[in-house]
Design a protein around this ligand. Structure first.
Ligand code: KG4
Length: 335
């Protein structure tokens, strides 16, 4: 069964063609260079660029997979969550394709597909497992009880880990997306150079909070700038990366122990972070747990992961009709 999958939730337009867990084609048009000019994603620009790229990318994906639209069995699309204008482009395009070809339409939750990136990298991975989903807009600890069944045990109360990386990196003068640059520069710094706050979250022990840490770092930078003092960028970057990763690893390992999981996966853009991957591997090796990491080119937004998750959604009978609408927010459990 061939699925044509579309992703347009943020600043990458992507189209892929998948057959179960096999990726036959994966095409991405990144808008990063344009958003870089503004220091972050400009939603209006993102929507316009999706409109411009989506038809050509679909044609390109069909050529890459060496198949015709008639040979496609189902159409899948990221319908939620994300930037509403951006999502609408993909959803309307997918609805048009579904209507004109008569092929079934499968709406896919963006975070479910980030988790599914692991199914492409690791053919042996199957639920149940515990997944730390870390992206620009989300930080979730999720029990993946089945391919289309999820239970959130912890989430950020405020900023996502990616937001913390991006905004502190921007304050240090790095270009968008800051998390990527911060990860590189941090390799040259001392992670112990700056004592940063380790946030405490009242109530649920599996919840995260990154806004205090982010604000502390930004205030430190502004104070230095106002006083005409210098700060050491690699040391500060290394300290931020160290603290964020320690929090993520600590909570994930504690949750695995509490809920009885010995299989752990990472998902989302921040799972490309080199220290997070290394620290998580170290912690899992020590505990005797198995860790699954998505390959680096599948950590960020792409449509291949949408196509693979869509396969499981279709097996569960999760189809939509022409009344499908995009949604800026939606819980992964409901998706
Ligand atoms: O999953 P993603 O591509 O988009 C969302 O769905 O949000 O995640 C983007 C986030 C950005 O915050 C970006 O800075 C971060 O992933 N990111 C990284 C790294 N690569 C991407 N953060 C830290 N280290 C990295 N190597």
């Amino acid at each position: 069964m061939k699925i044509l999958a579309i992703e347009s939730s943020c600043d990458e337009t992507a189209v892929a063609i998948c057959e179960q867990r096999t990726v036959l084609a994966s095409c991405i048009a990144s808008q990063v260079e344009e958003h870089k000019l503004y220091g972050g994603v400009v939603p209006e620009i993102a929507s316009r660029r999706h409109v411009e790229s989506i038809s050509a990318l679909t044609k390109q994906a069909l050529e890459q997979a060496d198949c015709t639209l008639e040979q496609i069995d189902q159409i899948a699309v990221t319908a939620y969550p994300g930037l509403i204008g951006a999502l609408l482009v993909g959803v309307n395009f997918a609805k048009g394709l579904s209507l004109s070809t008569g092929k079934p339409l499968i709406p896919v939750h963006h975070l479910r597909s980030h988790i599914a990136a692991n199914y492409i990298t690791h053919p042996d991975l199957k639920p149940p497992f515990l997944c730390l989903v870390v992206s620009g807009g989300n930080t979730h600890l999720v029990e993946v009880t089945d391919y289309t069944s999820f239970h959130i045990i912890g989430r950020t109360r405020d900023d996502a880990a990616g937001e913390c990386f991006d905004k502190t990196a921007r304050a240090m003068g790095m270009s968008y997306p800051g998390g990527v640059h911060l990860d590189k520069i941090a390799n040259e710094g001392n992670p112990m150079a700056y004592a940063l706050p380790h946030p405490k979250v009242e109530g649920c022990p599996w919840d995260f909070s990154f806004s205090g840490l982010k604000t502390f770092v930004i205030n430190t930078i502004h104070r230095c700038e106002q006083k005409g003092e210098t700060y050491h960028v690699p040391d500060l970057a290394a300290s931020v990366r160290y603290h964020v990763c320690e929090i993520l690893v600590e909570k994930t390992m504690a949750a695995a122990k509490e809920f009885g999981y010995t299989t752990i996966a990472l998902a989302g853009g921040v799972s490309a972070n080199s220290l997070l991957r290394a620290r998580m591997q170290q912690a899992c090796d020590q505990a005797g747990y198995t860790l699954y990491l998505p390959q680096l080119n599948l950590c960020g937004d792409n449509a291949a992961m949408v196509g693979v998750q869509a396969y499981y959604e279709s097996l569960s009978g999760h189809f939509a009709d022409q009344s499908l609408n995009a949604c800026a927010t939606k819980n992964i459990e409901e998706g």
